[in-house]
Design a protein around this ligand. Structure first.
Ligand code: THU
Length: 129
């Protein structure tokens, strides 16, 4: 199941705008409603304005499905590098995660897919409501 999202993320990564870091990141997510959305990192000459791939995907999903959406699963890849979503993205994902942070997050480690829940990646996430 994780492999299909990894494939979508890999395909999306080719569209990343990453002239500064050279890290072309792709993200793909599936909502509870069954929607699929991808995102890429969009870097900027003013480095701090860079958008991560995960947050771009979340923005597109919310734009399409509205703020009630829940992310069932998500995958992130960066050809040539391996990493889990950054801390800022974990907090953004928590806003739209399944109850208890049960959203499944897949990333590569040692060339293999690793699946973690968001709660494992971000225990005790910050919530206002
Ligand atoms: N990046 C992401 O897109 N997602 C992450 O979770 C970590 C980092 C991007 C930001 C920047 O364009 C490049 O990877 C190197 O940090």
């Amino acid at each position: 199941m994780a492999e299909d999202l990894l494939e979508l993320a890999r395909a999306a990564a080719a569209h990343a705008h990453a002239p500064y870091s050279g890290c072309q990141v792709g993200c793909a997510l599936e909502t509870v409603a069954g929607g699929h959305f991808t995102g890429v990192n969009v870097e900027n000459a003013s480095y701090g304005l860079t958008l991560c791939a995960e947050r771009v995907a979340v923005g597109l999903a919310v734009t399409s499905e509205g703020p009630g959406l829940r992310i069932a699963r998500l995958a992130v890849v960066c050809p040539g590098l391996e990493f889990a979503p950054c801390g800022a993205c974990r907090q953004v994902l928590a806003e739209f995660a399944l109850p208890g942070g049960a959203t499944e997050v897949t990333f590569l480690s040692g060339g293999r897919p690793v699946v973690r829940t968001l709660a494992e990646l971000l225990p005790e996430a910050f919530h206002l409501v």
